[in-house]
Structures are given as structure tokens and as C-alpha cells.
Write a new protein. Sequence first.
Length: 378
Amino acid sequence: MIKDGHIAPNTNPSIHEIKPRHVPFDSIIIDSQTGQISISAIKWLMRHGVPLFILDYNGTLLSSVIPKEPITGNLKKAQFEAYQDAQRRFHIAEKLVGAKIERTSNMIEWFETRYEIDEKDKRRLEDEIRRFESCESLRDLLFVEGRVAEIYWKIFQTLIPKEYGFISRTHETHQMNSTDPVNTLLNYGYGFLESRCRASINTVGLEPSIGFLHEIAQPKHPLAYDLQEPFRWLVDTTILRCVENETFGKSHFFLTDNYVLRLEPSAIRKLLEELRISFNSKVWYKGKNHSWDTILQLKMQELARYLLARTGELDFRNPCPEFDAGDCKILREKILSLAPSQSRKIGISKSTLWYLQNRSRSPKTLRIYRKTANKVVG
């Protein structure tokens, strides 16, 4: 039984009852800075295989209680050996960085369907891709990965309205000391992603403290950070859509005593719901439709098989996401501003324009073909 708002003054708590063997979720995330949880509840969750994650005041993952992992001595031994083997470690790290670079390119192509992107930044990215192809050491990979991230966040910054005060993820105000709404949302998003990675690693039985791209550092979990790289785009696209649709306003944030920006509880629930929708979106992979959350788990299973030499292939690039123009405020505004003469020039008929503009005025979700959306934003 969950009582939400039990401690808050002048509030009638909402009560949720969950029956054994009918758990409607695969993890629990606690953000509240106050509250109580019983040992019986923790045991109940662990018996049902439901991990418990606790977020810190700034949205980062503070701690977790993970169900008992499978006994995988041979797998952990193979993981340690791969980490100590410079050639194998480089190969795995190369696959991770390659996937991250490809997703970065995918994202920037998606940005271009909605915004104007500086050609210089695109050329810089192309240079780093060529540099990646000639990397021969882990140090080379980390250098390229860092440069790609720098270019990506420089471009991402240009997409965010100035009133949000977003400078970059690499600025001194990022992550732990976020003072702007976008970095705050990204912190919570990456905290959610890390929780999903930790759950997937635990399910397979790998050791989270031994990564291949990220170095061992207490009290961090390098393998969880490794696994995040090919999937960060899920968080980024979610946050960008929230910004475009003005999902969160000033009232959804507040400053703590040390000037760190936090989300109100209702906004956290709303953001987690947006993230859940993104992670549950479907993609075709190996003959089946899977959610991206399932793909994340499948990639951990594939890594485990590779470490155990049950397969010689390792691929973090596939499946490739299909980005669409989406239902955003900017797209609606562009449709509404189109004159009949402009629509004819870009190949949109008078009747189609009438339909699109009517849909854009409606509060309902705007659904249009990608080719049509590309004509409008292109």
C-alpha cells in the first residue's frame, strides 16, 4: 500500500493498493525528501523483482535497492578478463562510442528538420567522425567522444529559447549545481536513464562497477554509464519536446537554499510520464516490435553473450531510431503562418493546408506525415 501526501500538511493522501503477483510496473523511483518505507515493503518489492531507486535533491541517482541478481560467476570472471585485456576493452569501448556518435548524427539530422543548424558545427562533427575511424587507443576514443559531446551541446544550446538560461551541459553550472530549467530536466532524465541501466545490468548479472569506456571510480557504476551512451537520445528528445511544447513553466521549479533548481513533485511525475512514453515507444528489432526499454535490456544480454564468447558480434548501433517532426509548438506555428502561395511552392495543396491549419488550431495531438512535416519545417 502506498500513501502519497501522508506527511504533507492540509493534504488528503492518495492511497494506491497493489496486489501480489500483479505488479503494474517494473521499478519504483522515490524523489521525495521526506517519507517512510517499511522493511516489509522493501522485501515485498525484492520478491517481485522490482528495484527501488532514490533520487537526490538535484535529480541524480542517490541510491538503489536491487533484487537479488542471478549467480553468474563465469560471466563476471569473463567481464573482469575483458576489462584487463586492452584489445578487448578497446573493442567494446569503440562499439559504445561508435553508437553514441551515430546517435549524435541522427539527432542533428532530426534537429535540421526543425531548426537551422550552423554548417561549421556540422563540418566539425564530420571531422570528429573521421577521427573516430582512425582511433587506436582508449585515450583516442575518449578524446573524440568528448569533442563530439562538445559539438552536440553547442548545437543543442541554439535550439533552446534564451529565456531558459541554458548555456551547456559542460558549463560549471551543469549537473550537480543546475541553476537553469533545461539542465534540471536533463538531470532528472539522466537519473531515470541510469536507473533503467542499473536494473538491466542487475537482471543479466554483470558487475556494474566494471565498465569498458568509463574508468572505475567509487562510488560510481561505470558499466551503467557505458550503457547510457547509446540511449541518451531518449532523454534529450523528451526534454526538447517538453521545451518546445512549454510543458513546464516557472511554477514547476523552485530554488533550494544553495541555489540549486529543483522540480516540484507534480512536475516530476509529469516528466517521468513523458520519459515513460519515450522509453515505451516501439522499434522493430530482430523480427519483433520492442520498446526501447526492452532494447536496453537486450543490449545487456548481447554484451553478456559476447563476453562469454557465445557470439563474436557486438553491436550497440542497431536498432536505429526513427525520428519524426513530432507535435511541437514550433511546427504548429509554422503551419499556421503558411500562406497559400508559400504552401504551393513547397508542394502542399490548398486542401492539405486547410486541413493542417485546422488541426494546428485544435488542442488535440497533431499527427501528420513525416514528408509533409519536413516540407513545412525544411
